[in-house]
Ligand binder design. Sequence first.
Ligand SMILES: Cc1cc2nc3c(=O)[nH]c(=O)nc-3n(C[C@H](O)[C@H](O)[C@H](O)COP(=O)(O)OP(=O)(O)OC[C@H]3O[C@@H](n4cnc5c(N)ncnc54)[C@H](O)[C@@H]3O)c2cc1C
Length: 307
Amino acid sequence: MEEVRDLIVIGGACAAQSAAIYAVRSGMDVLVIADEYGGQINNTDVVENYLGIKSVTGPELAERYLEHMREYDVSEEVGQKAVDVRKNNELFEVELEDGTIFKSYSVILATGGSRRKLNAEGEEEFTNKGVAYCAVCDGPLYQGEEVAVIGGGYAGTEAAVYLSDIAEKVYVLSRSGNLSGEEITINEVLDAENVEILREATLDHFYGENLLEGLKYKQSGEVKDLKVTGAFVEIGTVPNSDITELVETNDSGYIEVDDERETSTEGLYAAGDVTDKGAQQLVVSAGQGCQAALNASEYVKQQKSNN
Ligand SMILES: Cc1cc2nc3c(=O)[nH]c(=O)nc-3n(C[C@H](O)[C@H](O)[C@H](O)COP(=O)(O)OP(=O)(O)OC[C@H]3O[C@@H](n4cnc5c(N)ncnc54)[C@H](O)[C@@H]3O)c2cc1C
């Protein structure tokens, strides 16, 4: 007879791993499906706002999440994306890239977000040849060089602080003219002597021969030149919500959930950065994973008692 899981959790980071722990502790038989473990925090320098841990690197925290989840009896299917979630009679079917299908009574979507691209001229051509999306991963390649951060928000200010310890000079292109994000990080950017903020500056295009040599940006109606060997695109994230047609999304693509974290399909829940509610922070994702898991567990118990 084919195996039907109580709950499938799709995602490999904070929201998913929190959900998996709570679901197993509620007596659920849980399968976690992830293309890879770690999530966005794995590419972050340090986390200093997670309650109970004063300071920890992103990769270490990601590792701790995984180790914690593995303290429990969770089944894992890692290495492929889930590409579809369907509902067939009362059961969900989750399909992977290679066509494998897993079935369950309930599913939690915790697929988070991916880095937003500029879609600017030269961006694709110079990706990994000077244009990067992760300061922590690629920043060390630019020791003593001049680099730019495109974006003056939460991710942009964090990247600028990190890069200011490595690069000779860091330019931050801020479209709005103001920095946003955490006040403490903004102040670090403002205090760093080698960081220059280019206000009301929008990127026009990247250029170079084989490797990035610079970028052109627009400011006060003029096109200006900036010679940099590295450019970090830090303009936020897009939700990884295109995995199923069973959910409603808002105008920005975030999955809409109710107070129980249930989507527009009964038995299908969502948590973390892929959803439309709550600040995009670890503590929120962990809490939402908990909520989704507890509600999904109740739903599964009800479904099984009806059969
Ligand atoms: C630069 C930066 C710095 C940050 N700093 C902080 C900070 O200091 N403190 C803080 O609290 N928060 C911080 N955040 C925010 C924090 O990283 C997010 O809120 C958190 O990672 C969200 O967790 P998540 O589990 O919802 O999603 P994600 O971390 O995005 O993880 C999603 C997971 O799902 C997997 N996945 C995606 N699609 C599929 C699929 N189709 N099939 C299978 N698996 C899939 C991904 O591989 C990944 O493992 C930062 C974010 C960034 C970008």
